[in-house]
Design a protein around this ligand. Structure first.
Ligand code: SAH
Length: 371
């Protein structure tokens, strides 16, 4: 039986990691890869200049690469990783969610948010997520697979191109910030995420040249991975999704807490803060009558003051209800009182603005169900 006559289900590509891409490789690896293809090593630099500098992966536009080499180099080092399924715009166009399809049919999302003084893209590090936090849309579907380094970098590259091309209101601009707060647990895809940070931050033509301080890696609190990240010598911001100051409640809100308790997570975060001199962003999704009690605010303030001291910053995220869930945001007066009490303990605390709610692009709403 020829493959043509097989039912469609057998023709579906196997879910798996994408082919190798330039953005998976360090400068040295790129030169080796190009040499293996029988090309001059300096072609690696040319390709990188086009990809990271001009934000393009279209080999036919690379006029300094001989026409005869383009196709092969493109196939081997610049395969198409992400295609747009659709863009959804909201906040008068200042927020754009993009649903991407990967080579194997896997879908994933990223969200680009433009502000008067900056533009931030929220990227996915995995398709789906295995952490199973009950209030998060991504957590409900389980993990499909890790994203490759290049699949992560390509979300940033394509967002930077949208900004440069003026696809959002306000004219052409520059992508300034990256947050690993899309789908997935970045530290569960550790090596690829760290490589991606390098490609995002290393100066062109080695990378996209964003400032490390403008990149935030957000984690449920995989303590050993936080300790490992401390040794990387990076300056990126660490965000820890705490959501409860006490183990009893956190065991249910962030199931991985059953493995690494609040104190161990905060101690790992403190290690990172001391090593880098960077404040840690403590994420707290405020959920009505779940974790918004005045006594929990007091406990949170006390705990962070003791464990993180001046390095603590609390980011309160009003809960974004996900379809079919029993969870809801706290009323504004309860939120204000919560913030007041945390501050009273001497810990800085702000409320996250909530972009993208109408298009299910807000924190914890990315689910890619319509892939
Ligand atoms: N796995 C990483 C990144 C996930 S998303 C982490 O947990 O940190 C980034 C943030 O959005 C996390 O703090 C996450 O807990 C939060 N979040 C998830 N679902 C949410 C929801 N429904 N409303 C508000 N915040 C949510």
């Amino acid at each position: 039986m020829s493959s043509k006559s097989l039912p469609l289900v057998f023709d579906a590509p196997k879910r798996g990691m994408p082919p190798r891409h330039l953005a998976d490789l360090s400068g040295e690896q790129r030169r080796a890869a190009v040499a293996e293809l029988g090309e001059k090593p300096f072609r690696a630099r040319q390709l990188a200049q086009h990809y990271f500098g001009r934000l393009t992966s279209d080999v036919e536009s690379m006029s300094d690469v001989p026409a005869a080499s383009r196709q092969r180099l493109g196939q081997e080092l610049l395969p198409t990783l992400l295609t747009t399924v659709h863009n959804l715009d909201t906040d008068e166009g200042w927020t754009r969610k993009t649903l991407w399809r990967a080579h194997d049919g896997t879908t994933l999302e990223s969200v680009l948010m433009r502000y008067p003084d900056r533009a931030t893209v929220c990227v996915s590090s995995q398709a789906g997520c295995g952490m199973a936090c009950p209030f998060c849309a991504t957590g409900q579907g389980g993990l499909q697979r890790n994203l490759s380094t290049a699949e992560i970098v390509d979300q940033v590259r394509l967002s930077a191109a949208m900004m440069r091309d003026g696809d959002l209101p306000g004219g052409p601009g520059r992508l300034s910030n990256v947050v690993f707060m899309g789908m997935g647990e970045p530290l569960a895809n550790y090596r690829r995420v760290m490589e991606a940070v390098h490609r995002i931050c290393d100066p062109a033509p080695e990378g996209l040249g964003l400032a490390q301080r403008s990149v935030t890696v957000s984690t449920v609190g995989l303590a050993p991975a936080i300790r490992r990240m401390t040794e990387e010598g990076l300056q990126v911001t660490l965000a820890v999704s705490l959501h409860a100051p006490d183990d009893e409640l956190r065991d249910t809100l962030v199931p991985v807490n059953n493995r690494w308790k609040v104190e161990e997570v905060l101690d790992a975060a403190r290690g990172y803060a001391e090593h880098t001199g960077r404040r840690v962003s403590v994420e707290y999704a405020l959920i009505r009558e779940m974790n918004d009690h005045p006594w929990r605010a007091d406990l949170l303030g006390k705990l962070l003051h003791r464990r993180l001291g001046k390095f603590a910053h609390v980011n309160v995220i009003p809960l974004n209800p996900t379809p079919g869930s029993k969870w809801d945001a706290s009323p504004k007066p309860v939120e204000r009182e919560f913030v007041r009490r945390v501050r009273e303990a001497g810990v800085s605390c702000t409320v996250r603005d909530t972009r993208g709610q109408e298009i299910a692009a807000a924190c914890g709403q990315l689910a890619a169900e319509n892939g």
